[in-house]
Design a protein around this ligand. Structure first.
Ligand code: ADP
Length: 500
């Protein structure tokens, strides 16, 4: 099948989180099983700076945005170490900027305009390049306009008749809410600005637009697919319940060519399930140095990686760190950037006990890998977590996840209860309520196990390392879903033709 994947970020070209990993790894997996994926993403500054590895096509876009016409170009390249084509929508006024979506905590004021342009450019590129496309796979609000554009403007044009759209939700908390006048930027008729389609409490909502117009919807774990229809839909629970027959949960996977301690070139020592003890010990020492911590091998080292946003449970972490920092002999290695208030709280803790709290406020892929390999445990007490990739990476790197039971964390991590240990399914520690006491008890349980029950610890590490969270299964599930969407589309089309 010819699958066009549209995303506002794609690793290794641009990345702020898991969306970028998925939009790199899923196309690679689809290509390995014989399909023809192609990826569309904006040409941000760091991508334009790599111009040597990109080619400029002769495609020029002239896209009406409100009352003006914006010109853009198309660059092409390939996903590294593959032949998967990547198309970069180049429009310097919109995309040649320091960051992807915001600076100093403030969203770019023209985000709606930027991604309307991107969405329209994707639709135009199909025609201009004469691309054979069976499915457009949209990801998050930045591409939410695409299903509406297809249905309203393009579906009857030659080459677009049989295209279907899948809208994948990577995070319901970011919906692309804009004031109503931004409806003018979309170029669509005001009649679509109603509570059943593009409007949400008086605003334009691009996530909702995608959910309403797409042929099918997916999200990145089965648990999150349930949760967003009830209490984690951030206001769109009703829309999702209405579409529940077309809503699917497909877990994200991990590309073990890219995330594997046996081959990861960033690690101080490579290791596998047969020699993880020595390998991780070497990585731990390097990590401790990198975070300014004493190189103590017996002290539990708790790693955290992630956006400093409410979602990730930093208030619980800060609460327990405050209780523990002078009391419990554990070390913390924290990598992240985001909201100022969390920077401040963590900074204070690090100043108080630099021998116990190490922090790097930055976005660094190599350091993320050092934490994955060098920490003993990885903490993710998220308020909600659509899938979560860090815990899947840490399973492979032999770092025991400690998670709150929500979304993909609940679907992937099995608590070290006596029962789960005896039936061989335990691969981490988990707790239910979003509560600092519960987190503390669970962390205590993990640290006690690390210190005094080495056989159980080994068991947890090795169970996790041997598990298969690769894309194999999930890529097949996407293909089945794409096929199902196409069948349904064909049936509807035939029925419509018969009716004429
Ligand atoms: P989310 O997409 O909600 O941010 P995920 O767990 O799904 O969270 O994915 C996070 C991805 O982003 C992982 O690949 C992780 O390594 C990476 N990541 C997050 N924060 C950082 C950081 N500060 N530096 C490097 N990589 C990071």
């Amino acid at each position: 099948m010819n699958i066009l994947i549209a995303s506002s970020e794609v690793a290794p070209f641009s990345k702020t989180g898991g969306l970028a990993d998925v939009c790199r790894e899923l196309p690679l997996a689809l290509s390995r099983i014989g399909h023809q994926p192609m990826v569309f993403t904006p040409a941000y500054r760091q991508i334009r700076n790599r111009a040597a590895t990109l080619e400029r096509t002769d495609v020029t876009f002239e896209i009406p945005i409100g009352s003006k016409v914006m010109i853009g170009h198309l660059l092409t390249g390939v996903m590294p170490d593959s032949s998967v084509p990547v198309y970069f929508v180049d429009q310097p006024e919109y995309f040649d900027r320091d960051q992807l979506y915001q600076e100093s905590g403030q969203d770019y004021r023209d985000n709606c305009e930027r991604y309307v342009f991107f969405s329209r450019a994707v639709m135009e590129a199909i025609r201009l390049l004469d691309l054979p496309v069976d499915v457009i796979h949209c990801n998050d609000w930045q591409t939410g306009l695409i299903p509406a554009l297809l249905r309203i403007e393009y579906q009857h044009a030659r080459g677009y008749e049989d295209i279907v759209t899948l809208m994948t939700i990577h995070n319901m908390a970011y919906q692309g809410h804009f004031w109503h006048w931004d409806m003018l930027l979309t170029g669509l008729d005001w009649k679509y600005f109603n509570w059943k389609q593009m409007e949400f409490w008086g605003n334009l909502n691009l996530m909702k637009t995608g959910l309403v117009f797409a042929d099918a919807i997916s999200t990145v774990s089965a648990r999150y697919a349930e949760e967003i229809q009830h209490d984690l839909g951030c206001g769109l629970e009703g829309v999702l319940r209405q579409r529940s027959a077309s809503l699917f949960g497909i877990n994200n996977g991990v590309d073990y060519e890219l995330w594997n301690p046996a081959t990861d070139p960033q690690l101080a020592a490579n290791y596998s399930v047969d020699n993880w003890h020595e390998g991780k010990a070497a990585c731990k020492t390097v990590l401790q140095r990198e975070f300014g911590l004493p190189t103590e091998s017996e002290t539990p080292l708790i790693g955290l990686i992630g956006r400093l946003a409410d979602q990730k449970g930093w208030d619980l972490v800060a609460n327990v760190m405050q209780r523990w920092v002078n009391r419990e002999k554990v070390q913390w290695a924290i990598l992240g950037e985001g909201e100022e208030r969390y920077h401040e709280i963590l900074e204070r803790l690090a100043t108080q006990r630099p021998d116990r709290v190490g922090i790097r406020f930055e976005f660094s892929d190599p350091i993320a890998r050092h934490v994955e390999a060098g920490a003993d445990m990885l903490l993710m007490p998220s308020r909600f977590e659509p899938c979560g990739l860090n815990q899947l990476h840490s399973l492979k790197y032999g770092t025991v996840p400690i998670v709150r039971e929500t979304g993909g964390l609940a679907d992937s991590i099995c608590d070290a209860s006596a029962e789960n240990l005896s039936n061989g399914t335990a691969n981490g520690f988990s707790f239910q309520a979003y509560d600092a006491d519960q987190l503390e008890v669970t962390l205590q349980r993990a640290c006690d196990t690390f210190r005094t029950r080495r056989d159980v610890w080994r068991n947890l590490v090795e169970t996790g390392m041997k598990q298969d969270w690769s894309w194999n299964e999930s890529a097949q599930q996407y293909v089945s879903l794409y096929r199902q969407m196409r069948r349904q589309h064909d049936m509807l089309r035939q029925a419509a033709e018969a009716a004429h």
